[in-house]
Design a protein around this ligand. Structure first.
Ligand code: SF4
Length: 222
């Protein structure tokens, strides 16, 4: 410990859990850069029958004032990673026993499409599980391009009837890709979603400015 880093004695208390009452903690103010609100604690002990007091431990701990800057509780990397964290070059193997995957082709949610893909699926160890597919479709339904998204709520026509909607088919029978560059272009949209750029949206008719006061934007406003 560097000299000058230990301040005034703040108090002491016995450690009841030490049993014989011969262990105490002395608290000292700390003046350590970056440790505002922390204090030194020195644990001293005197063994029963002994006349010597020993210093057993010295540590820098957050004071009870609650002013200490403390690091957030450590969370293992596997629990910290979130959707969207994957970057080019990141390697993220699935966890062992990942419920989104199965090694049993009979339990695959994409069995039909795997058969259709033929050799592409050959030699692969994993298949998408029914749980994995159910989780994905639940997220998509609840997302921006689901039936309850902001666009869908305001839309008069659904994706299902839109020429820009390309249905996915099994096992995503209620989803398709939007091919409209002014709308959800390239995204998977739910058949019951929709937007104002639907292929059958009628042309805007009438003069929307009728009844509004004329505004001369060439005229100075001061
Ligand atoms: S243009 Fe709109 S209605 Fe048509 S598929 Fe795309 S999101 Fe759906």
């Amino acid at each position: 410990m560097e000299a000058g880093r230990v301040g005034a004695h703040l108090g002491a208390h016995r450690l009841a859990e030490a049993g014989d009452g011969h262990v105490a903690v002395h608290r000292f103010a700390a003046d350590v850069p970056g440790y505002s609100g922390w204090e030194w604690q020195a644990v001293v002990a005197c063994a029963a029958g002994s006349t010597y007091v020993t210093v057993n431990e010295v540590s820098l701990v957050p004071s009870q004032s609650g002013d200490a800057l403390q690091a957030p509780e450590w969370v293992p990397w596997a629990e910290r990673v979130r959707p969207g964290d994957l970057e080019p070059g990141t390697v993220m193997p699935p966890e062992p026993g990942d419920p989104r995957l199965t090694e049993d082709p009979a339990r695959s949610a994409t069995r039909g499409s795997d058969d259709a893909r033929g050799r592409a699926a050959k030699g692969r160890r994993h298949w998408l599980s029914r749980e994995g597919l159910a989780g994905a479709t639940a997220r998509w339904r609840a997302g921006d391009f689901g039936p309850d998204g902001d666009f869908a709520r305001e839309a008069h026509l659904h994706c299902r009837t839109c020429a820009f909607y390309v249905p996915c088919g099994e096992p995503l029978e209620n989803f398709g890709a939007c091919t409209n560059e002014f709308a959800a272009d390239g995204h998977l949209v739910h058949a019951a979603a929709g937007c104002g750029a639907h292929s059958e949206t009628p042309p805007a008719g009438g003069d929307h400015t009728a009844g509004m006061p004329a505004f001369d934007d060439e005229r100075p406003v001061y």
